[in-house]
Design a protein around this ligand. Structure first.
Ligand code: DC
Length: 227
């Protein structure tokens, strides 16, 4: 039986998070942003004083994750947000400091296995939208729906630069494009669960589409199959 999951994967700044959140709201189902889980682990390590330049290893993260609890909760506004040890970190997860280390942290097998169990458990109650890099390939290879969102590197850099608080002061289109290309390189070339479309995923190039056009398209695809 296929898993009751709408998997949305794709590269950095492809619009996945915005689209996945709005699609889930439109369908009135929960939304899990797995990139935020990797960001929360990275933030927790930095806040715990770990020097991730030199100490980004499974041995460092194994004991650290014993003291970390991550939960997706529905807030009063109806949005789904990630709680980190009972606290909502909000935009801190999107800070450039966290972004600078999250890709190396996401290469660690201990971190990926720890999150895999948590992510699989989240899908038990019913249909959800789950967004990330490996949802259709590794976490839910039998997801009911698999979409892989892309956009050209130039368009992704433009979108990232337009997002408040997500780039260092003085960032330019060129510097943001370089950072995104480096994240793509690490995410796509890592040994475990590299970024790539599942063989049976539908690839949606959003370069020329508005957010609403993408959401309407995905909702139609889901509703057609469910009705
Ligand atoms: O989607 P994002 O930019 O918030 O993701 C942050 C990082 O986490 C990104 O470098 C890749 C990693 N990631 C991953 O490896 N697997 C996922 N399912 C989600 C994110």
């Amino acid at each position: 039986m296929s898993q009751q999951v709408i998997a949305i994967d794709g590269p950095a700044a492809s619009g996945k998070s915005t689209i996945a959140a709005l699609l889930a709201a439109k369908l009135r189902i929960p939304y899990i942003n797995t990139g935020n889980m990797y960001r929360a682990i990275t933030m927790y390590a930095l806040d715990s004083g770990i020097d991730l330049e030199t100490k980004c290893t499974n041995e460092v993260f194994a004991p650290l994750l014993d003291t970390l609890k991550l939960d997706y909760i529905q807030t009063a506004s109806g949005d789904y947000e990630l709680q980190v040890n009972g606290i909502l970190p909000g935009l801190k997860l999107r800070s450039p400091e966290v972004a600078a280390f999250v890709s190396p942290v996401a290469t660690l097998s201990f971190v990926r296995d720890w999150l895999k169990d948590l992510q699989r458990d989240s899908a038990k109650p019913g249909l959800i939208v789950m967004e990330g890099r490996d949802i259709g390939t590794v976490i839910f290879p039998d997801a009911a729906f698999k979409f892989f969102l892309t956009a050209t590197p130039e368009e992704r850099a433009r979108r990232r630069l337009a997002q408040d608080g997500e780039t260092f002061d003085g960032a330019t289109l060129e510097s943001v494009a370089r950072d995104i290309a480096e994240r793509d390189r690490i995410d796509s070339s890592r040994a475990i669960a590299p970024l790539k479309p599942a063989a049976d995923a539908e690839i949606v190039d959003t370069t020329q589409m508005t957010i609403n056009e993408v959401i309407d398209y995905l909702a139609r695809r889901v509703n057609n199959e469910c009705s």
